[in-house]
Design a protein around this ligand. Sequence first.
Ligand code: GLN
Length: 531
Amino acid sequence: MRSKYIFVTGGVLSGLGKGIVTVSIGKLLQSKGFTVGPLKIDPYLNIDAGTMNPYEHGEVFVLDDGSEVDMDLGNYERFLDKILTSKNNLTTGKIYKKVIDKERKGEYLGKTVQIIPHIVDGIQEWVKDVGEHKTDFVIIEVGGTVGDIENVPFLEAARQLALKEDVYFAHVSLVPMLKAVGEFKTKPTQHSVQKLREIGIQPNMIICRTEKPLDGKTKEKVSLFCGVKPENVISDHDTITYEVPLLLKEQEVDKKILERFGLGNGAFDLKEWTNFVQKLKNPGKEITIALTGKYTGLQDSYISIREALTHAATSLNCRINYRWIETTEIEEGKVDVKTALEGVNGVLVPGGFGSRGAEGKMKCIQFARENNIPFLGLCLGFQLATTEFARNVCGLKNANSTEIEPKTPHAVIDLLPEQRKVYAKGGTMRLGGQEVMIRPESFAHKLYGKTNVRERFRHRYECNPKYISILEKNGLVFSGKAPEQPIMQILELQRHPFFVATQFHPEFTSKPLKPNPLFSGFVKAALIRFS
Ligand code: GLN
C-alpha cells in the first residue's frame, strides 16, 4: 500500500495535547494492524531540542540513535512501542540547514534559492521519507498553532502534498466553556479554521479540546461554521493521557479516517492497553516519592521519569504522590534534610547540569543511604551518589565532580576523555543507546534478568577511572559497565533495601506495558517501606 498522510494541526493555543491526539490516532491505526510512522514538526530554528532549557520547553528526549528531540517523541515511543530516529523530528533549523548545505555545494547552481519551492519541497521530501513508501500511515503533528509565522512553510507543504498524495487533515482546537453562562464557545475554533482555510486547507475532522464532553448542539455549530460533517466533530474532553486512544475509539475516529481513505475497518486489539488504563484509574495503594528538582519545571521537565514511575507503579497496583524537594533550600539551611524527607517511601535524584542544588542533593542521598530509604539516581544522580560515597564513606575530603568544582582535590567525577576536545554544545555529549554489561549475581542482574542490556545516555562526565578501585574497596558495587571502555554505568549498594544509580536514563525506555526493570525494583522497594 502506498503511504497515506494524516496531518494534525492546532488552533487557538499551544499545550492542548495535540501530541497525544496525534499518537492516539496512530495507536488506533496500529491496533488494527497498520504500520504507522509519526513525525513531529517543530517550527523553531534550533536544529534540535538538545540546546533548549527543559524548564521552559519541557524535557529533552533522547532517541536510541543519539538524537536529542522534542518531548512529544517520548509519548510517540511510549504509545507506539517503537524505536524512532532523528527522521521523526523535523525542525525549521534542520530543513534550512539541509537546503543551505545543498546550495553551498552548488546543487542549485544558477538558481535563486527560495522558501517556495526549495524549502517547501524539502519538507515534502522529508515527510515522504518518514514513510519510506512502505509505512501505511505517516502521521504528522505540525507544532505551534495555525496563524504563527513560523509554521506557514510547513502548512504550505501539507497543502501541496495533498494535491499529489492521499492526505487527511485533523485540526485540534480549543472549545472553552464559559462557566458564568454554562455554554461552550465555538468562536475561537471558527477563527482558527478560517485561518487554515485561508492557507488553502479544509480540515476533514475537528477534534475539540474541552473540559467536559461536547454536546450535540455545539458539535452542530462547529460543523456548520467550519464545514466539517457533524460526525467528524470529536470531543476530546479532559482525561488521563493514556485514555485518549480509548476516548477517540469510542467516537470511531479510526473508522472514520479509514473510510475516508476507502479502507476497511479491520479487527481491533487494545485489550492490554484498556486493562492498563483501568488499573491506572483504580490504584490500590499510594506511595510518596521525593523528587529533587525545580518545582516550576514539574509538569514537563521530568515527564519521562514521571511516566516511567507511573508504568512501574501501575503494574504494582499503586499510585505515586510526589514531594518536590528544592535542594537549594537544604543547602542554605532553610529546611533540614530529615524534615524534607520525613515519611517518604523513596528518593529519586534525576539528571541535571551545573552546580545548583548539588550539595543539597548529596545531603538527600546521604540521608537515604544511612536511613535505608529506597534511592534511585539517574545520570547526575549517579554522579552525585558516587561523590557522596567518596566523601562520606571513603573519606576523600571535598571530593567532587569537576563540572561542579573544577579545582576539587579529588575529581571522582570528571570529563569523559573524548569530551576534552569538544567545544560546540549541540549534539556533542555521549548520546543515545549503548550496551551495558551487567555483573552476574548483582542486584541489577536480578532486576533485568540478563547480563547485557541497552540503555540511553546523555552525559559529558563520568566516574573517574582512577577512583574506581578505592570506591569498590569501600563497598560501592559497579554492577553495570561499558563493554570496551572503563565507563561505570550502574552502581549499587548491598545491605540496603534499594540503592541503585545509573549513568544512563532508564526512563527513556520504559513503556506502559513494559516498565523499565529498575523503576519496577525501586517502586517495589518503596512499597515495602512502612508496610
Ligand atoms: N551534567 C552531567 C554530565 O554532563 C549529567 C548529565 C545528565 O544528568 N543528563 O555528565
